[in-house]
Design a protein around this ligand. Structure first.
Ligand code: ADP
Ligand code: MG
Length: 445
């Protein structure tokens, strides 16, 4: 048994990887590293922890260290030889992954490109998707996430992941994690200046923001998921979030049609990022190459429609244009909000398990909102409870599983946060695109 497999066995506390041949891989990756993410440790994490594992498993990889915001977006959107790789790997927080998914969706060949498996290795301050993958595969202590995310690349499987299409007045963007206005978005964006603290910046700013809360007037409209007691959207936590499977399942091609053709941009800048390193790992056998490898990305699509708990039911009648009134099937609330925040995955960060019932591809956006009736003490209680999902039992927290929602800010203040990225506050509409992307997860070991 190799040192590596012994090490992995030790770390994962399991006997599952006991044959060194299990770790022979031969997969080929494009690896994007953000030296700005978190407290700047991503390049070091890559060199010290990820590289040795990839090398020992016979993976091949090309490495790009981003040199500016949107560098990865431009590179992935324009790259002519994208299909040479079996996957695109991000060593960063969620922001760089946001660039990658948006780049894939903005390519001329987006229908094929969005099926390229994407991997995430946490190197940022917000690592919501890495924590989600870890959690969803049963690794509940969220330790050694770097190690197990690297392992996912080597011997894991690409699985479907929901994306959310967000129609803003001037562009469309795609989210894989969260959309927020108010408290949590403020904490995320306003704590940027404390980036050197890593994810502790969120804790410090949480305390400050709950002591000095702001309210935001707006109209929130949403299309609820049909599940028991969904007519009472305020509190149904006691019964849990049992999502029934007797909903209409939308076909994958409808989701594609929903992508829309409007022009998009993450404000791409000219040029491409510097390619700082171009390495190839020593090649051993490549006989166990990626299941859904480049020519075969679409093969996974057949599994999409049988994701029974997708429950996706969008039809044109349910989904208005932004300039149309919402249909009667939607719920509409005008209020002073402290926070409106949605998640399409369980974790917003390693320490915030926001939507505990969420699945990678359940076809659901989990909508959580607080109104101005909540006291400062309750706000502190809410923030303190997020790590262990205690907020779902708090009587003043409203949690609604939805297919789509619209937010119309009436005073234009605050910040809109999409996957942790700051956007100007404008009216927008969001809808789920079930199983649109592919992500490396832990399913074969
Ligand atoms: P974190 O979790 O620490 O916020 P992210 O991956 O979210 O890390 O990245 C933070 C931001 O850094 C994103 O907006 C991303 O677009 C941007 N970015 C990527 N590469 C660079 C770079 N080389 N310099 C500055 N910003 C960058
Ligand atoms: Mg970020």
């Amino acid at each position: 048994m190799t040192k590596l497999s012994l090490y992995l066995r030790d770390v994962t506390k399991s006997q599952i990887i006991n044959d060194p041949d299990d770790l022979k891989c031969g997969r080929k990756f494009l690896i994007l590293i953000n030296p700005y993410s978190g407290s700047g440790k991503a390049p070091k994490i890559f060199k010290n922890q990820i590289c040795p594992m990839l090398d020992k498993s016979g993976c091949h990889y090309d490495v790009i260290t981003t040199c500016r915001r949107n560098g990865a977006f431009d590179y992935v959107r324009e790259c002519p030889n994208l299909y040479d790789w079996d996957g695109i790997v991000v060593v960063s927080g969620d922001g760089l992954l946001f660039e990658v998914f948006n780049a894939l969706m903005n390519r001329d060949d987006w229908e094929k490109a969005i099926k390229i498996p994407v991997g995430i290795i946490p190197g940022g301050s917000g690592n919501g998707l890495a924590a989600t993958i870890e959690w969803s595969s049963g690794m509940k202590n969220l330790q050694n996430v770097v190690l197990s995310c690297t392992l996912n690349l080597i011997i894991g499987d690409p699985q479907p992941i929901d994306l959310v299409k967000i129609t803003l007045p001037d562009k469309i963007v795609y989210s894989f994690l969260s959309i927020g206005w108010g408290l949590i978005a403020d904490i995320d964006i306003e704590s940027e200046g404390l980036r050197f603290l890593g994810q502790s910046r969120f804790t410090i700013w949480s305390i400050y923001r709950s002591l000095v809360p702001k309210t935001y007037r707006g109209v929130l409209s949403y299309l609820p998921v049909e599940y028991p007691d969904s007519s009472d959207t305020q509190k149904e936590h006691d019964s849990g979030y049992e999502i029934t499977c007797d909903l209409v399942v939308q076909s994958y091609s409808n989701a594609q049609a929903n992508r829309g053709d409007e022009p998009n941009d993450l404000s791409p800048l000219a040029g491409t990022p510097d390619t700082c390193t171009n390495q190839s790992a020593s090649s051993r056998a490549s006989d166990s190459s990626l299941k859904g490898s480049s020519s075969d990305y679409q093969s996974l699509d057949d599994t999409v429609n049988d994701v029974c708990n997708n429950g996706y039911l969008q039809s044109d009648a349910d989904m208005p244009r932004m300039d149309q009134k919402v249909p009667p099937s939607w719920v509409r609330i005008e209020d002073d909000f402290i926070m409106i925040h949605t998640a399409s995955q369980t974790h917003l960060s390693t320490t915030v398990r926001f939507a505990p019932e969420s699945k990678l591809a359940d076809g659901i956006i989990w909508l959580v909102y607080l109104t101005s009736k909540v006291s400062k003490k309750n706000l502190l209680q809410f923030l303190a409870s997020l790590e262990h999902s205690g907020h779902i039992d708090l009587p003043f927290v409203n949690i609604v599983p939805v297919r789509a929602f619209r937010l119309e800010p009436l005073d234009g203040s605050g910040t809109l946060s999409i996957d942790g990225e700051a956007m100007k506050v404008t009216p927008f509409q969001a809808e789920i695109l079930p199983s649109m992307g592919r992500i490396f997860t832990k399913t074969t070991y």
